[in-house]
Write a protein that binds this ligand. Structure first.
Ligand SMILES: [Zn+2]
Length: 105
C-alpha cells in the first residue's frame, strides 16, 4: 500500500522552469501602441456634471449595467468612487422597483 507511490513528481521531461520565455526584448514594448489612458479618463458623471444619479434614468445607468445586471467595475469606465457609489445606489434602487433586473445567477 504505502510503498513508493511517490513517483508523481514531474509529469513531463521538458519543464524549463517558466522563466526566460520571453528573452531578447531589448527595450520596452517592441513596437505597438500600448498606451493606457486611464489617468486621463474622467468619470462620466463628473464630465457631465451629474451630481445625482437618477435611478429612473435607465438609459444612463444601463450603460453601466449590462443585461446580466452586474454592475461593471469602475475601472472600465473610470467612474470615480463617489459616482460609482451613487451609481450603485441608483442601480439598486432601480432594481428594487424592477426597472432593472437583478443579477441573473
Ligand atoms: Zn465622478
Amino acid at each position: 500500500m504505502n510503498g513508493d507511490s511517490r513517483s508523481f513528481g514531474r509529469p513531463g521531461g521538458r519543464s524549463g522552469g517558466g522563466a526566460g520565455a520571453k528573452a531578447g526584448a531589448g527595450g520596452k514594448d517592441g513596437g505597438g501602441k500600448r498606451y493606457f489612458f486611464r489617468r486621463r479618463k474622467v468619470c462620466k458623471f463628473c464630465a457631465d456634471k451629474i451630481d445625482y444619479v437618477d435611478y429612473k434614468d435607465i438609459k444612463l445607468i444601463s450603460q453601466f449595467v449590462p443585461e446580466r445586471g452586474k454592475i461593471l467595475p469602475r475601472r472600465m469606465f473610470g467612474t470615480c468612487a463617489e459616482h460609482q457609489r451613487k451609481l450603485t445606489e441608483a442601480v439598486n434602487r432601480a432594481r428594487h422597483i424592477a426597472l432593472l433586473p437583478y443579477a441573473a445567477d
